[in-house]
Structures are given as structure tokens and as C-alpha cells.
Design a binder for this molecule. Sequence first.
Ligand SMILES: Cc1ncc(COP(=O)(O)O)c(C=O)c1O
Length: 372
Amino acid sequence: MRRRIYLDFNASTPICPEAVEAMRPFLADHYGNPSSLHWAGMPAKDAVEKARGQVAGLLGCDPTEVVFTSGGSESNNHAIKGVFFANRDRGDHIVTTTVEHPATLNPCRFLEKLGARVTVLPVDRDGMVDPNDIRRAITSRTILITVMHANNEVGTIEPIPGISAIAREAGIPFHTDAAQTVGKISADVEELGVDLLSMAGHKVYAPKGIGALYMREGTKIEPFVHGAGHEAGRRAGTENVLLAVALGAACEAARKWIGMPRVKALRDRFRDGLRGIFGEQVTLNGHPTERLPNTLNVNFVGRVGAEILAMLPEVAASTGAACHAGSVTLSPVLAAMGVPPEEGMGAIRFSLGRTTTWEELAEVLDRLGSNS
Ligand SMILES: Cc1ncc(COP(=O)(O)O)c(C=O)c1O
């Protein structure tokens, strides 16, 4: 068996040593409820609040504006449904884009059943939405704009500051799904100008099942889980202390990785290597420059991505198309970008991480070359 190579860090990341260490005492020693005022509850409460501060430090916000959630999907659901339910007197219209994660598009679809009207804006060939389209889509009934910070499949970074300026001028809350950017590039809420921001722990080297939602002070939003007054009344349920401390530690550790220059250089060297082997038979999906530093989504033109990966079982990466009974369906993201099916059926997303080495990438190039 060849050594395994993981190039699917946009799907999930390993837990970083800092998060592992932070969790240890909460596995072995501390079991109190953070809401309890006695000796057992206090360390738990302190730990949750420290973690909240660490998350806030990465996002550039006040700790009181951070709510712990179960992950990216819940954060998006809370933001979208919570704003809709809290603003029904103001309107019913939501603006979003075709390239959002299902964790955004499906809550919007659900709200349509409750009377919401949803405008889903197109993107260009690079996967980018035009802020002018957002401006044109706004009506007097618009209560929410939700546009992802960067796309999980192709890595395109959306023009969030431009969109937030438009949202602010119109007085409309603006949510961004930053599951793919937090820890990779700056996701400072003031620089972005957003009112709500979703993040997912397992994309930032924390465990699965934890995330956070940034809520700008004053944003009108319903709680997602109703119950007791946890999380300042914004999300009921005893806090997941173990995972919250892990998320906090991971967020603090992530600060030194922002920009990922080493990973970006490796990714570009890998792309050059692919060009060297395949020439014009490999094309890029996503914006050439406004793209996550770790993400390379390429089409092996005329081939099927899943078949290529099947020949490299030791390499973990993702395809951009599904094959059923001989026919190929492009992912909704590639389809929305207008990637021709004969190109997109050969799409593979390689997403690199902190631990990726050139030796690993060179081995993948070697294996791809010998299977071409
Ligand atoms: C852009 C984006 N949003 C949301 C999610 C969902 O996050 P989670 O798996 O934590 O629910 C993902 C995960 O794939 C994602 O990439």
C-alpha cells in the first residue's frame, strides 16, 4: 500500500495539537455545567468564555457577539431563518447566489414554503457575483442578503466588502458563510462589513460538531433553539464545553496561519506541475487570483474526475461531477459557473492544508502522469 495523501482539507481538517491539548482537562477532569454557580460549574463557564474570546479574536469582534453552534450548517440556518423570523413585519425577500453551499440554499428554499421570496443571483465564469447585481436585486421588501465569503469547491473569494457597503446603505442585514475562509485568509468582520458570519470548527482544525455564528450587536434575529437562557438567550442548550474549548484553541492557533503563503506556493507549484504534464488538457475552475490559497480545482478535459481518483485510491481529493449510469452531472457550482460538461466532468478539487508537503504533491503528480 502506498502512503496515504490527504488533499481534501476543504472537506475537513485534522484536529490541531492546540485543540487536542485544550480538550484534555475537559475529557478527564471538568464535567460541571457552565450554568452552575458552584466549584464544578465555574471552570466550565470560564473555559467557555475564554474560548468565546479566542473566536472573537480571530473574527475581530466582541466576545458577546459570538454564539457557539454545532457547525457551519447550523450557523447558516440560524442566520437565515433567524433574520427571516425576526423581520417578517419588514419584508420577506432574501438575496443570495447560485454558488452557495446547500447549508445556505436549502434554508432559503425552506423559507419559500413559509412565504419568503428568494432571488438567487448568477455568478460569472470565475464563480464571482457582481455587487451591482445585488444592488439591482434589492427591493423595499428585502430583509437579508447572504453571500458566501469563499466557495468550497472552487475557492473563489466573493467581493464581500463591496456587497456589505451596498447592504449597509440599504439598511439590510448581510450574512456571509465564512466556513471556508476562517483560518485561511482574514475573515475580520469589520474589514468585511458583515452583520452575521458563519464558521465551522472542522474546517479550522477543531473537531466536527462545533461552530460559531457572529452576530453584530443590534442585529434583529430570533434564537435558533428556544429553551433556557444559554448563549445570552440566542441558542438554548447546555454549552458543549469540550468542543467550545477546542474551537477557541484552534482559532487562536489559526491566527499565525492566515494567508497560508507556504501552502499557496505549494499549490501553485503543483498547478505548474499539472500544466507541465497535461498542458492545455488541464483547465482551472475558479478565479485565477481571488481564490483561497489552498484550493486548486482543475478539469482534466475529456476525462472523468471520479475515474482518475479511482486509479489513485491512496489520494484523498474530491470530484466536481457525479456519474450515474454512464451520464455525468456537474456539481451545481460548476454548472452555475457555466463550465462546459465535457470539461467539468473531469473536475477534481485538490485542497491543501498546513501539513501538506511538496513530496506528497510530487508523488501525486507522478501518479497522475503515469496514469495519463
Ligand atoms: C461553505 C460551507 N458552508 C457550510 C458548510 C457546512 O459546515 P458543517 O459541515 O460544519 O455543517 C460547509 C462544509 O462543507 C462549507 O464548505
